[in-house]
Design a protein around this ligand. Structure first.
Ligand code: MSP
Length: 673
């Protein structure tokens, strides 16, 4: 029976559209899944969306939609994008699906029946952005994970006896060093657990967007218990259906759960504890990668520094993005994304590297041997260089496999491309084009050997690279006359398997060179996207509107006839989304006396807002202050900085601006209407 391999991505929050940070994890998992399939493993690859909880409820509210409408929409965007990218997931789970809800309730019952749940009251802080209980800090304190202000929560909850799992967890980390990788993350988790675990609240009772607790529907199940459970509910845990139960028996425990480094605690502490409490095996390995940075900070919607995947797909295609992310970023560490680096890598390694090797080798075989793989000739025309290429291919196959299995994608690709470089040099040194002009037997047989050697090396790189650049390699494979690359048993890859005399398929280039403007084009596509379809131009600093916006700042439709001149209708007013925000950071904008750059927390996200209030407020005085933000104003650039929203202030003629505020305390994110 073939080995099974179950691999999962985190399920993505649907508060925002997918960006290349999400694509990064999905691509890495897809490459692993494709490789496992080529190695003959019965592979199951799961991804999906995380759709419950307060953060999503608020995001839906901000979008003026019901949570269900909102999550349907964004989840569909994730699914469509993965499809467009050719991601080979076997299932896509949504936490709002009935199958998931029922099975999560089953898990909850099991934890309760096993005596791991009790009722209590949680009084403390909660970070809605991370959906994280933040114990041991006071009201207003920032979240230790993301720095956003926490909210005070006091509610009756169900608690999970996490504290009683401390020793079993430490034992797990000690006995199974591969449970958490890389080592740095393992050390962090171990010291967190050693410092003591508190029991964990696993229900919420002050909002309703979640899965009801069985027999006590006033409570909804804590979103992280709900979300983590997807890894087992999707493959049939808790189902009464025989087929589903069998799938669960077959695939669980997961072989690899890939995550970003910010969610290590949930996956390496809470998740194994929940599983132990339910008497289920824990996953074999959890691997955390680093962040994709853009303009020096983590790419995320709240920072407004995201890059959409679609832009790259439109200009360079999915293979280019896949290759770039896995080659450029050292897996496990943070890595920067830039359009220039993407285009440079694409041209150097794909267009001029593999693409060029494929087209020159296959074109010469077509021209000089009527498109049939030539026979390497007798010993008499062999040279040392031929054997050296074969030798280097053997080494590359061995090293690449080890590196791929350790998820060192960047090193694995580097090694594979060393073969591309070796063959390129071999071709240049041997000048097959010069031999092609000659008809004598010695020249013909020398030419046959050179082209055979090049084509065989090309076949090997193509097979090794297939999991990373599936589309181009499938085409090169077909051009080599080898049929469907997905059926090739990778574990049997070795030098000398190219079929002699095989007829090549149609030869056509796989990676056209990207011209100089490609990076700029992608950049401007992104900028256009960020500024939406708004026609509002950045205004000079002196006329910067800092006071409450009216119809002048937010484009409104012509008022209906029943509204007297100069007035707006209630519907028009409703278009302006005013929200309570809290200033997290404030600083002067270099070279602009009137401007401050603020980071303002809106509960679901932190926005950068550039405001003309520097003459009225010292930046330090604003930190922690609650303000009113026009949250749906189209972004615009001021002094090169993107402003996402506007801060509301009274601006008396000739006087200093005075920020609008509140006498009573109001939760961050609350809408003004
Ligand atoms: N919904 C939770 C996960 C629940 S899993 C039971 C969540 N969602 S998320 O959408 O915020 O992020 C999920 C994952 O997306 C991250 O762990 C990471 O794998 C990936 N990334 C999102 N932004 C990223 C970067 N800027 N860089 C790299 N990966 C990023 O957390």
């Amino acid at each position: 029976m073939s080995k099974k391999f179950y691999i999962t991505t985190p399920i993505y929050y649907v508060n925002a559209r997918p960006h290349i940070g999400h694509a990064y994890t999905t691509i890495a998992c897809d490459a692993v899944a494709r490789r496992q399939r080529m190695l003959g493993a019965d592979t199951f690859f799961l991804t999906g969306t995380d759709e419950h909880g307060q953060k999503i409820e608020r995001a839906a509210q901000a979008a003026g939609k019901t949570p269900q409408e909102f999550t349907d929409e964004v989840s569909a965007q994730f699914r469509a994008l993965w499809k467009r990218m050719g991601i080979t997931n076997d299932d896509f789970i949504r936490t709002t699906e009935d199958r998931h809800k029922r099975r999560v309730q089953e898990l909850f019952r099991r934890l309760r029946d096993n005596g791991h749940i009790y009722k209590g009251t949680y009084t403390g802080q909660y970070c809605v952005f991370d959906e994280l209980y933040v114990d041991a800090v006071g009201p207003g304190a920032p979240c230790p994970e993301c720095g956003r202000p926490t909210e005070t929560v006091k509610e009756e909850n169900y608690f999970f006896k996490l504290s009683s799992f401390q020793n079993r967890l430490l034992q797990l980390y000690n006995e199974r060093p591969d449970f958490i990788r890389p080592e740095t993350r393992r050390n962090e988790v171990m010291s967190f657990v050693r410092s003591g675990l508190r029991d964990l609240s696993i229900s919420r009772s002050t909002f309703s967007w979640g899965i009801p607790v069985p027999d006590d529907p006033k409570h909804v199940i804590y979103v992280w218990l709900d979300a983590l459970a997807n890894y087992i509910t999707a493959i049939g845990y808790g189902s009464s259906h025989e087929g589903a139960r069998e799938a669960f028996q077959k695939y669980w425990p997961a072989d690899l759960q890939m995550i970003g480094k910010e969610i290590v605690r949930f996956h390496c502490v809470y998740w194994p504890a929940f599983l132990m409490a339910a008497e289920l095996p824990v996953p074999k390995s959890i691997v955390a990668h680093g962040w994709l940075l853009f303009e020096e900070s983590k790419m995320s919607k709240s920072r407004g520094n995201i890059v959409r995947t679609e832009t790259i797909l439109d200009v360079l295609g999915a293979d280019a993005l896949r290759y770039f992310l896995l080659r450029e970023v050292v897996f496990g560490q943070d890595g920067s994304f830039s359009f220039d680096a993407l285009v440079q890598r694409y041209n150097a390694d794909l267009a001029n590297g593999l693409g060029n090797l494929a087209s020159r080798t296959l074109t010469m075989i077509t021209r000089y041997f009527r498109g049939e793989v030539p026979y390497p000739s007798a010993v008499v025309s062999q040279r040392a260089g031929d054997g050296a290429v074969a030798e280097s291919a053997r080494r590359v196959i061995a090293e690449c496999s080890v590196l791929f299995d350790q998820y060192q994608f960047s090193r694995a690709l580097e090694v594979a491309w060393s073969l591309v470089a070796a063959v390129d040099k071999y071709i240049v040194d041997n000048e097959p084009w010069a031999l092609g002009e000659k008809q004598d037997e010695e020249s013909r047989s020398r030419l046959a050997t050179i082209l055979y050697t090049s084509a065989e090396a090309l076949r090997i790189v193509t097979a090794l690279a297939h999991p990373v650049i599936p589309d181009a390699t499938a085409r090169i494979w077909a051009q080599l006359g080898l049929g469907d690359i997905r059926k090739f048993p990778l574990s049997e890859l070795k030098w000398g398997q190219l079929q002699l005399g095989a007829k090549l398929g149609n030869v056509e280039p796989v990676f056209p060179r990207a011209d100089k403007s490609a990076a700029e084009r992608m950049q401007s596509m992104e900028e256009q996207q960020r500024s939406g379809s708004s026609t509002i131009e950045a205004q000079p600093e002196t006329t910067l509107p800092i006071a409450a916006p009216t119809a002048a700042a937010v484009p409104v439709e012509k008022p209906p006839a029943s509204v007297p001149d100069g007035k707006i209708s209630i519907d028009d007013f409703a278009k302006i989304e005013l929200r309570v925000g809290q200033v997290r950071t404030a600083e002067k904008v270099k070279g602009a006396d009137k401007l401050l750059r603020l980071e303002v927390d809106l509960g679901t996200e932190v926005r950068q807002v550039v405001a003309g209030i520097a003459e009225s407020y010292a930046p330090e005085s604003l930190i922690g202050r609650k303000v009113v933000i026009v949250a749906n104003l189209a972004p615009r650039k001021l002094r090169g900085l993107e402003s996402n929203g506007m801060i509301v202030a009274a601006s008396p003629e000739g006087g200093k601006a005075v920020l609008a505020g509140f006498l009573e305390d109001v939760p961050v994110g609350t809408r003004l209407k």
